[in-house]
Design a protein around this ligand. Structure first.
Ligand code: SF4
Length: 401
C-alpha cells in the first residue's frame, strides 16, 4: 500500500490519524478534571473528545465517549504526574493535555457561562452564534446524518448568543489562551439569512480585536456577499460540501443536497478562492469511496482552494452512531495526496500564526504521510518565510484593549 512506510509508532501524524479512527481509552489513573480541558461536544460535534498534544506539537481531539473507542488499542495513563499514551500496553509517547482555560468558568455580563459561548478547538476559538440549523427543525428532520448540532445547542451550548456575549468571550479567550483566530460557523437558515445573522458578530470581533476571522456557512446564492465579507475583514472562508459523490450527498446530507446542492458550494469555493487569503473546501473522508474523496481534493486544489479533510466520527446519539469509522490505513494515502496537491499548486498552507487544529488533520500535517519526509523541502522553506512575514503583519494589526 502506498504510504505504508509511514505507519510508525514514532510518527505523531500517523498516531493522530489512528486515534481519530480507533479512539482512546482512559486509564483510571487519569485525572482529567484537574489536568485537562473538559470534554465538550459542540457545533457539528467533532470536538467531542479529549484534547491532547502529541510530539512535534501535533494537536488531536481523540474520541473517548463514542462506543468504538471502548475497543481502542490506545490508552492514556498518568504516571508520576506525566501523561503517557500507550498502544497495546506499550508506551508510545509522553503527551501533554492543554489545561482548562480560566475563561470557561467566567460569565458574560448577561450571565452566560463563556464555555457555552465559544469553545477552544486546538488553539483557536470556535463559535456557533446563530440559531439551530434549519435541517434539524424540519419534520421529518433533514440534518446531515453525522451531525450533532441539534443535540448540543441549548444543552452544551447556549441557544441565544448576543454580540456582547461573543465579544466578551473572545476578549477573555485572547487574554487567557492567546488565541489568534476566531472561527464562526452556522448551519442553514431558511431564506439564506445566515450571513445577515453572522455579520454583526464579525464586525464587532474584527473592529475590537483585529484577530484573524474565519467563516463557515452554507454557500450563499448571491456571490457578491463574499466581497462584503472580505471588506469586513474575514480572512478565511470555508464551505463544507462534505461529499463529492452527489448520490451519497443526497443520502447522507438530505437537507444540504436539497436546499443548497453541490453546484452552489463549488461555485462559491471557486469565487472565493480568487479573493480571500485562504478558502477551504471541507469534506468528510470515510463516507464515500476514497476515489471520490481524491477527486474532491483534485477539484478543490485545482481552483486554488485548500482541502480540509475530516475523518468521519460516528458521534454518540447521531443517526450514524453505529456506522464504523474508517481505517487509518485507507485514510493515510488521502492525506498524502492532499498535501502533495497543495505543495504542487503552491497553496499557502500552515502560514497563519499559532493555529493548531485538533479536530481535523491540518493540510500541512499531510507531510507525515509521505514516504520521503524531505520531499518539497524548498517549498516548505518558502512557506516558512511566508509564515514569518504574515506573523509580523498580524502582530502589527492586533488591537489590544
Ligand atoms: S448543515 Fe448539516 S452539518 Fe451543518 S449544522 Fe446543518 S445538519 Fe449539521
Amino acid at each position: 500500500m502506498k504510504g505504508e512506510k509511514v505507519i510508525s509508532a514514532k510518527n505523531p501524524g500517523w498516531t493522530k490519524l489512528d486515534l481519530f479512527c480507533k479512539g482512546l481509552r482512559l486509564d483510571p489513573s487519569c485525572d482529567l478534571e484537574a489536568d485537562a480541558r473538559p470534554i465538550q461536544r459542540t457545533r457539528a460535534g467533532l470536538g467531542s473528545g479529549l484534547e491532547m498534544i502529541l510530539p512535534d506539537d501535533v494537536w488531536v481531539n481523540a474520541p473517548v465517549v463514542e462506543a468504538f473507542a471502548e475497543n481502542s488499542p490506545y490508552c492514556l495513563h498518568r504516571e508520576d504526574g506525566k501523561y503517557i499514551l500507550k498502544h497495546d500496553g506499550e508506551a508510545r509517547f509522553e503527551v501533554s493535555l492543554p489545561a482548562r482555560p480560566a475563561f470557561y468558568a467566567q460569565r458574560t455580563s448577561s450571565g452566560k457561562l463563556m464555555s457555552q459561548i465559544g469553545v477552544l478547538q486546538g488553539t483557536y476559538l470556535g463559535i456557533y452564534p446563530t440559531k439551530m440549523c434549519y435541517y434539524w427543525t424540519l419534520s421529518p428532520r433533514q440534518n446531515c446524518k453525522f451531525c450533532s448540532v441539534g443535540l448540543n445547542l441549548g444543552r452544551e451550548e447556549a441557544l441565544e448568543k448576543s454580540v456582547d456575549d461573543v465579544l466578551e468571550t473572545v476578549l477573555a479567550a485572547r487574554r487567557d489562551a492567546g488565541i489568534t483566530f476566531v472561527h464562526f460557523n452556522t448551519g442553514y437558515q431558511k431564506g439564506d439569512t445566515y450571513l445577515d445573522d453572522l455579520e454583526p458578530f464579525i464586525r464587532a470581533v474584527h473592529d475590537r480585536t483585529g484577530l484573524l476571522i474565519g467563516v463557515q456557512t452554507p454557500a450563499h446564492p448571491d456571490l457578491k456577499r463574499y466581497d462584503e465579507l472580505k471588506k469586513m475583514g474575514v480572512n478565511n472562508i470555508s464551505f463544507c460540501f462534505e461529499l463529492f459523490d452527489e448520490n451519497r450527498l443526497r443520502e447522507v446530507c438530505p437537507g444540504k443536497s436539497e436546499y443548497v446542492g453541490l453546484k452552489r458550494y463549488l461555485d462559491a469555493i471557486e469565487y472565493c478562492a480568487r479573493s480571500f487569503d485562504t478558502t477551504n473546501g471541507e469534506i468528510i473522508a470515510g463516507l464515500e469511496s476514497p476515489a471520490s474523496t481524491l477527486e474532491a481534493i483534485d477539484w478543490i486544489t485545482g481552483v486554488g482552494a485548500v482541502p480540509t479533510v475530516c475523518v468521519f466520527r460516528p458521534l454518540a446519539g447521531t443517526d450514524y452512531e453505529n456506522v464504523p469509522p474508517p481505517k487509518a490505513e485507507d485514510m493515510a494515502p488521502i492525506f498524502a495526496a492532499s498535501y502533495r496537491r497543495c505543495m504542487e499548486r503552491g497553496l499557502p498552507i500552515g502560514i497563519a500564526p499559532n493555529i493548531k487544529v485538533s479536530m481535523v488533520m491540518l493540510p500541512e500535517e499531510g507531510r507525515y504521510f509521505l514516504e520521503n519526509p524531505k520531499e518539497y523541502r524548498l517549498k516548505r522553506m518558502k512557506l516558512n518565510a511566508m509564515k514569518k512575514a504574515f506573523g509580523l503583519y498580524f502582530n502589527s494589526r492586533l488591537k489590544m484593549g
